[in-house]
Structures are given as C-alpha cells and as structure tokens.
Design a binder for this molecule. Structure first.
Ligand SMILES: [Zn+2]
Length: 258
C-alpha cells in the first residue's frame, strides 16, 4: 500500500490532515477501547489524531519501518487523554521513536556508601522531559489484549508528558487553580497510599493482588500514569476499583463535560 503518512511528511504539511476512512476504521476495530467510553467522540478523536500526525515526527529504531497503521494507532491512543484538553499539552516535543521490542536503558545508582552501581533496565516506553516519547511496538501492538487489565503503554507515556508540562513528573498535571491542585493532591495521595498498602499486603502476607500493575506503587507519577491507562481503556473496572479517582479524572480529562 502507499505510505500515506510519508507523502504527507514529504510536503512538510503541518495543516490538520484527514486520516483515510479505511485506515481509521481499521484502527477503531483493532482498539475497541477508543470507543468504550460512554461519551466516546471518535470523529473528534480522528480529527485530533490527524493534527497530531501532521505535527509529530515518527522514526523507527533498529531498522523498524513505521507504517501508516502503526503511526495512526499510536496517534489515536496518544490523543485519547488530550481529546478535550488539546494538543498544546504535547507542544514541547516532536519526536516519537518506535522500537521493535523492549529497550535496555543504562542506569546507575549510588548506594549509602557512595559506591556507584551500574545496571540495565528493560523499558517498554519512556517519556523524556522536553524530549521525545519512545515506545516498544511489541507492547503497543498488543494494546487491545491488555485492555481487560487496564494496561496501555502509549497512554502511559503520554500521560507522563502531560504530567511534565508544569515541571517534573510528580503525579500532578497542570491544573487551573490552587484549589484544584489541593483537591488533586489530597485525593491522589489517599488513593496512592491505599494502593501501596494493598501491594505490600499482597507481597508480604499473601493478600489478594491489586487489579492494576504493582508498578503503580513505585511513585506518585507512576500511579497517575498507570491509573490513567485504566481510566481510558477499562472505564467500568476503573470506576469499581477507584471510585474516588473517577470524578477527579473526569473533571481533569473532560472539563467541558463537567
Ligand atoms: Zn512510567
């Protein structure tokens, strides 16, 4: 098939572009969660994803060729969190790097004795402050299979980008008022502590494991990203597990519906 996105980029056209019908229908069919919310607005999502594709630059790592199908699938998922907020939240970067599978990142830590330890960490995605978003296609491609457990790597990394817009990722996105920030931090803190406790009880005392990945218990920023994945891909289960976060996320992600 012709590479529609490539021809678009060749002309450096940054005007909003319309995603071809067949390609869009295929994307919706392969990612049922794009339509799973009660107020799903796929026409608006399609328009926003078109703008996103015109503004961003996709590149494949390790010889991976980013096809139109891959770019549209990533764009649609990346635009879901900003559907009612706008693409300006993503205006601080242009690049999206797609790896065939998980990446190995070099990390270092300094222990209490001042000794440096170097190790490699396996990543399925990474969002850099002011820089590109990196994704493993292997993980992004399986997103419909991960829907039931509330997992979505594309939404995860792009929520980190939203979180970073007002400084470092700390689990609190840019909010309109000090009051909104106070409510956000108090509600998230309570839910985060309850989740951490559930993880500890499951790991140490054999309690029931939480529905969401225990990785959410590593920091407030990861808790925000992981719970947001669930909010978008499995709203019914999210509402049942996190009743206090439901209205908080609704007010943030869908302000015009509040
Ligand atoms: Zn993360």
């Amino acid at each position: 098939m012709t590479n529609w996105l490539l021809s678009l980029l060749r002309f450096r056209d940054t005007r909003p572009t319309r995603i071809p019908d067949a390609l869009w229908q295929q994307t919706l069919a392969q990612h049922p969660f794009l339509e799973s919310r009660r107020d799903a607005d796929t026409a608006k999502l399609r328009a926003l994803a078109g703008q996103f594709l015109a503004q961003k630059q996709f590149s494949g790592a390790h010889g991976l060729v980013v096809t139109d199908e891959m770019a549209v699938a990533i764009a649609a998922q990346a635009c879901l969190p900003v559907l009612h907020l706008g693409l300006q939240l993503y205006s601080d970067f242009k690049g999206i790097v797609v790896h065939p599978g998980a990446m190995l990142a070099r990390r270092s830590v300094v222990d209490a004795a001042g000794v440096h330890h170097f190790y490699k960490e396996e990543l399925v995605g990474e969002a850099m402050e002011g820089g590109p978003v990196t994704l493993s296609w292997q993980d992004a491609a399986g997103s419909s299979e991960h829907q039931a457990r509330g997992y979505n790597v594309v939404i995860h990394e792009f929520v980190h980008k939203i979180d970073m817009r007002d400084g470092t990722a700390n689990g609190c996105p840019p909010l309109a008022s000090r009051h909104a920030k106070t409510i956000w931090q108090a509600t998230m803190q309570t839910a985060y502590e309850a989740f951490r406790e559930q993880v500890v009880i499951a790991e140490r005392f054999g309690g029931p494991p939480p529905w969401l990945d225990a990785y959410a218990a590593t920091s407030p920023a990861e808790f925000f990203a992981v719970t947001s994945e669930a909010y978008f891909v499995n709203p019914a289960r999210f509402e049942a597990d996190f009743p206090s976060l439901q209205p908080l996320f609704d007010a943030f992600y869908r302000p015009e519906n509040g």
